[in-house]
Design a protein around this ligand. Structure first.
Ligand code: SF4
Ligand code: SF4
Length: 104
């Protein structure tokens, strides 16, 4: 882990040296696929295929690009990247996405 050294002066307190871990640094571009963001989900969206009219709204509004179209043209959720924000549930025009409690 990379560490940085920093000197701070606050009022009369001078030159206290502290060691901080370097944070929020993306060292490799295009690495978002390496990080599965679905592990801390509370609710999961479940698409009811029989009700889906394939309008693509869920695909467009998902902030994590976690909705995909499979080889048969069905809309599905990639649960490795779905963080359970439920925007797709709210925006589906025909209520074809159920909100279900995630089972850990
Ligand atoms: S719940 Fe949120 S993150 Fe998951 S598929 Fe729907 S819009 Fe995307
Ligand atoms: S928003 Fe609803 S109807 Fe439209 S593609 Fe997604 S699941 Fe199907």
């Amino acid at each position: 882990m990379t560490k940085v050294q920093r000197k701070e002066t606050v009022g009369d307190i001078k030159a206290q040296q502290i060691e901080l871990n370097l944070g929020a640094v993306i060292k490799k571009p295009g690495s978002s696929m390496d990080y599965h963001t679905g592990s801390w989900r509370t609710f999961r969206p479940v698409i009811i295929q029989e009700k889906c009219i394939k309008c693509s709204t869920c695909w467009r509004v998902c902030p994590d690009a976690a909705i995909f179209v499979d080889k048969k043209g069905r809309y599905n959720v990639n649960y490795d990247y779905c963080k359970g924000c439920l925007t797709c549930v709210k925006e589906c025009p025909v209520d074809a996405i159920n909100k279900e409690l995630e089972e850990k």
